[in-house]
Design a protein around this ligand. Sequence first.
Ligand code: HEM
Ligand code: SF4
Length: 571
Amino acid sequence: MNDKSTMPMVVKGNLTDAERMKKESNYLRGTITKDLNDGLTGGFNGDNILLIRFHGMYQQDNRDIRAKRMEQKLEPMYAMMLRCRLPGGVISPHQWLEIDTFAKESTLYGSIRITNRQTFQLHGILKGNLKPVHQLLHKLGLDSLATANDVNRNVLCTSNPIESQLHQESYEWAKKISEHLLPRTRAYAEVWLDQKKVITTDEEPILGTTYLPRKFKTAIVIPPTNDVDMHANDMVFIAVAENSKLVGFNLLVGGGLSIEHGNKKTYARPASEFGYLSLEHTLAVAEAVVTTQRDWGNRTDRKNAKTKYTLERVGVDLFRNEVEKRAGIRFKPIRQYQLTHRGDHIGWVKGIDNYWHLTLFIENGRILDYPNRPLKTGMAEIAKIHHGDFRLTANQNLIVTSVEESKKSKIEALAREYRLIDDSVSDQRKNSMACVSFPTCPLAMAEAERFLPTFITKVEGILHQYGMSDEYIVLRITGCPNGCGRALLAELGLIGKAIGRYNLYLGGNREGTRIPRIYRENINEEEIIKEIKYLVSRWAKERYVKEGFGNFVLRVGIVKPVLNPAQDFWE
Ligand code: HEM
Ligand code: SF4
């Protein structure tokens, strides 16, 4: 181990242009209001394209028709994607119904996309509909503040419908952490809600005038379920309970998945254990982690700016000591915890509060009225009669929570009528996931969401062929190496390289605690299917009883484990 104690904490060099942009933005205002009134373009200009991300929106265009519009000398078909802030994914039926109507009447695609960070995105909002959507969210007690760009994003919390009290307590902390770390600027209220400037000076005591060096993600995990994929997060609070009551958290710092193809300085990294803290220190510790990353994170290179790289550069011990100093506490040793799985339990479960909870499997999280599968109308029908909440999961599914015994059959009948329950969905499909990718994502290199359904049908066929139909592989596809589909925590991950071509990764585990390794590079669907056939045939023959696919490929040496990603991710 190098002695890191003498290393400078701040990376010297030219700051990135994003740093200039943040500094000059006047606390995230920029000239967004001016661009909103610019009728010559459907989009935003210059810095505002990135600034609106701090307000929870991405400027996008329909990439399927981009070339055709260029031929016609038209600007791209600009429209915005809006991502709501929804800590723990909890949304009321009333809120849902209003969002449903907006999606239907005022977006180009008419869908609600449940994301794997427990919120929803609305794709295809034209510029003229932006103020109305923010004002609608505000009326509903919601917002989209800080759901993108260099801030702490939507805070996750394990869905856990069974242990209702523990979930409620953990969820309250998810909300508190989210609110505590929000930007304090009034820009959002002024630009979108037409609120008057009430103070003359802005202050950002936690995030600072140039906000964080890079995006920052936080999750609360309630063991044994790792549905939030904790290692994809910069800051992880693992709930520690005594007699089903929350007493404190184990803190982990520095997880992250994003890489760049061929850039060996980038790697996926699991979060490191820092220690145990009791509940009353939660906000001080969260703030200390964020401000340490704010001050020490690399602002000269965005590919090296995330917390995972700061930790590797300065060392875990030094970062942890600084957090202790800033929070004014000493961490206690990590309390024992065990993670056993990630998938959602699809179907009904009874909570310890005696209410029923129904988890609906939503393929790709896309809630839309498909031919013969009017999922969106079905959700609206359930929302009209449901008195509990809806809870969006980090696996892109949706839980109808707290259903009284007397309502159970009615809700089930509606869910079946609108095909929100489909008993034929295999475990393989339930354990597969893709990011959005084409046509809306500007960074997409290969198909993901649109590729997944038929690809999974082929994988189901292979499992059947080798007598493994009752098994599954945690399988994820992500349209580019940014990794939104969390392929770098999958047993089998595909990362888009170019249209129709992917890198194939193997060797994550079912609990989500291991990073997979690259196995084949730049292969097409036919080659992928051939590889999967070979791998499944061996798994079927050679595995130990109940041995998961990811553990099998490591044990028999098909790939070597990634033990220390900063050193061996690319070997
Ligand atoms: C450099 C890194 C990254 C960049 C530039 C990036 C960029 C984007 C963009 C542009 C979208 C919008 C796509 C659309 O809805 O059309 C998106 C969606 C999303 N990203 Fe990322 N992303 C990055 C890394 C990650 C990682 C590592 C995760 C989680 C592990 C993540 C989670 C998500 C989620 C949950 C969505 C919403 C849609 C979905 O569920 O697939 N992102 N990202
Ligand atoms: S992984 Fe890439 S293609 Fe997929 S949503 Fe994220 S940025 Fe877009």
